[in-house]
Design a protein around this ligand. Sequence first.
Ligand SMILES: [Ca+2]
Ligand SMILES: [Ca+2]
Length: 437
Amino acid sequence: MLKRITIYFLVFLLSSVLNVHVSSASTLDTVSIGDATTFSKDHKCWYVSGRYWAVWGDGTNIVYSSSTDGINWETKTTMLSGIGIGDQGDTWFDGTYIHYAYCSSRRGDDILYRRGTPQSNGVISWSAAEQVAYDTPSEQRSFLATVCVDTGGYPFIAWVREYDGNHYPWLTKSAKNDGTWETAPGHIYQLSTTADYTWVTDVIPMTNGKVYALYGREDAQLRGRLWDGSVWDSSDQTCASQNLYKGWNFAAVAVNDEIHLTFREKTTQYIKYVNRKDNTWNTGNEINIETEKTEAEPALAKAGNVLYCFFIQGTDNAIYYRNSTNGGKWSSRYTLISEVLPSFEAAHQTAYYSSSNNEIGVMYLKNENPPYEIRFETLPVATPPPQEKEQEQQPIPYQLFSPYALGGATLVAVVATAIYLVRARKTKALKSSRIKG
Ligand SMILES: [Ca+2]
Ligand SMILES: [Ca+2]
């Protein structure tokens, strides 16, 4: 009887380990606004110099903090004063430097860019003074800036311009890679001439100076355009056959030159996945990552060629995730955190772009109504070796398993051993009773 209970306990333990991430989430700040960490497509936390770093809008300023253990955070430092909403800008960590691009959205206010080195003492040492990346004309407005850096260290900023009473997605790039901004020839560049108030952009780096720009709007197909290192695609591409629910309901990462895209689809509000391989989007081959109605946009991060999609489903107070090696079969659904999340459409979870310190960090809002807590959680992931080949995407066997699956495999072994021992003892007892008899 005791042995049977032991086995049941081990099985229970096994299922627990497979499905539940033991949370150690910490609080960075308390804010009264809902768009402190927006958007999920962007990446406002990272790990470098022995510290976790995070950037958010506190309602008054854009601020940052850091932590050596991911639990105890330094008092926040103002990075940009007078812009308090997280969705007006973005950060990019290129492995050495942190880059930011922000705009206030006030008439005539410019897009501001700066590069700095996050240091082990918790201070960002700036490479140069804050730069004007786009001088917004006095009668126009600039919205929702997003930034990335190509393999040569040159920053690209995509954003939404308002002029003549309409909104359009645009992009600019710098001819400098030293922290100063000098607009490259041919930029600024218009990504789409379709006027729509719901445009949202993103931009991600590929190999050898290539960059891909993505721009979405409500109830329309996501569009994309490649910068091949010297020119932009003359016409843009359709990334998926199905429409976006909201303009910002997508998140993309590039693994070498392959782009992986997750988005929240209009009709079902499921989270879908599609990729772009050999310069072609697999349009029409979107697969469902989540087949229940989701409440918010997905966030996407990578650990080598393993993708991690973080999302919120139904009215559950939880952030879930699924992973996939190189966009192949997606895993079961795991729970990252189980906490009370905002009752509005999105908790705006934002993750690392790429794993670091064998982890992926995720920042999000906690509580149903204001004040919201800015929270941070880390997910342990396997460390993949560097990608040596640019073309081939060979799955590496141990990456097929999440740490939980490995933990689960260990427990399966323990359960099997326990069953074996119980049976062995029974057999032995039977044998000895036979001998005695
Ligand atoms: Ca971005
Ligand atoms: Ca201006």
